[in-house]
Ligand binder design. Structure first.
Ligand code: THU
Length: 136
């Protein structure tokens, strides 16, 4: 979806799936539970939560959990049309830099829905990650 605007029905379905996934989060260290849900161009929805580790750097963000689940189910041609992120503290939470690169890999035209500083935002991934890295 090249447009920054998400149809209301897509927005609601993604937020609902992201909130359900958030409840599965394993976040005993930060207590910051995150859920993400993505819509593929083929119309499927996948979701994921953050999974932390005692060795903090091994933590997997909700966005990447959702994306890796989608690839595991649909294969390497999976393309993200839109992805939404929610958290249990209603804090501003845009995808981290690592997740932006992974979103870009599987959805160079993806729309990202997240809680911004003052309001919900829908932005193209290329606005969150200009000049994303490509190998081919
Ligand atoms: N986190 C995510 O899952 N997604 C984001 O977009 C931001 C951060 C997680 C990682 C860690 O488990 C917790 O939030 C605190 O950083």
């Amino acid at each position: 979806m090249a447009s920054e605007k998400l149809p209301g029905i897509v927005r609601r379905r993604l937020l609902q799936a992201a909130r359900a996934a958030m409840k599965q989060a394993y976040a005993p260290y930060s207590h910051f539970k995150v859920g993400a849900a993505l819509l593929t161009v083929s119309g499927d929805i996948f979701s994921g939560c953050n999974v932390e580790n005692a060795s903090y750097g091994l933590t997997n963000c909700a966005e990447r959990t959702a994306i890796f689940t989608a690839v595991g189910e649909l294969g390497p041609k999976m393309i993200i049309e839109a992805i939404a992120v929610v958290n249990n503290q209603r804090l501003p939470c845009s995808p981290c830099g690592a997740c932006r690169q992974v979103i870009f890999e599987f959805g160079p035209e993806a729309t990202v829905l997240f809680q911004g500083l003052n309001a919900w935002k829908t932005l193209p991934i290329t606005e969150l990650l200009p000049e994303g890295f490509r190998l081919q």
